[in-house]
Design a protein around this ligand. Structure first.
Ligand code: GLN
Length: 238
């Protein structure tokens, strides 16, 4: 079980319109600091006001965006992430991206917040799901690989660092030998001498926001939830 030291109460919202929000809720409840973390399932703008941070789950980014629009949540979410930490997993990562390719016809609404371009379903239709052990510095027990679960995951095509925004920290990469073959065909980042860089990047942190193209909520390993609370959420409460 992952442990995190919290000396005050924290309220973490989980966007609960569609997708794996219940799994994030279960993962947060399992953190050993559970008594000090309150969880709010966010379905309306009022729900955000109690939250110190937000998790946007995996699911289907176009559906989540549509439901958020119908609930009048798009602008409140954009305002929220100007001030508070947000973590997006898979579909949630797409919503947090600055730009997305491979969208459905007509494009899709994004929230932005993290300076990356992603390709939706970027690993291609033939390799829609796979698991890969990831070595991640900064997690508790870093010598124990974290099992990344990738389900029709987005691919990070490009990072857009700028002096106007916090630096983009790469948290995890897929080992080159585990990059699915179809992905090499699906996406090509012009001007990149190594096609796996940045496309092998699967988790980044930019300031208080975090984006993972895989699903830590679909494992029994709470270390990413602990990492989000420790590195993104707690520093904003000091
Ligand atoms: N491909 C999905 C999308 O576009 C994301 C899949 C997922 O979250 N597992 O939103």
């Amino acid at each position: 079980m992952a442990h995190v030291q919290v000396s005050h109460n924290v309220t973490i919202g989980i966007l609960a319109l569609q997708g794996a929000f219940a799994e994030h809720q279960a993962a947060l409840k399992k953190l050993s600091c559970q008594k000090k973390i309150a969880i709010v399932l966010v379905r309306a703008a009022e729900d955000l006001s109690a939250c110190d941070a937000l998790i946007i789950p995996g699911g289907e980014s176009t559906t989540i965006a549509l439901l958020a629009k119908l609930a009048g949540l798009l602008e409140p979410l954009r305002t929220f992430l100007q001030k508070k930490p947000v973590w997006g997993t898979c579909a949630g990562a797409i919503l947090l991206a600055q730009a997305v390719k491979n969208t459905k016809k007509g494009g899709q609404e994004l929230l932005g917040g993290v300076s990356v371009t992603v390709a939706r379903n970027g690993w291609g239709s033939q390799v829609e799901s796979f698991e890969a052990p990831l070595s991640i510095d900064g997690l508790q027990d870093p010598s124990v690989p974290f099992m990344g679960v990738f389900i029709r995951a987005p691919v990070i095509l490009a990072l857009h660092p700028s002096t106007r925004n916090p630096p983009i920290e790469i948290i995890a990469r897929l080992p080159t030998n585990l990059v699915p073959k179809s992905q090499k065909l699906m996406v090509h980042n012009e001007g990149d001498s190594d096609p796996h860089d940045p496309q092998s990047i699967v988790a980044v942190r930019q300031g208080r926001h975090m984006l993972t193209t895989f699903h830590p909520e679909l494992t029994n390993d709470g270390r990413f939830h602990e990492y989000f609370v420790r590195t993104c959420v707690l520093p904003t409460l000091l």
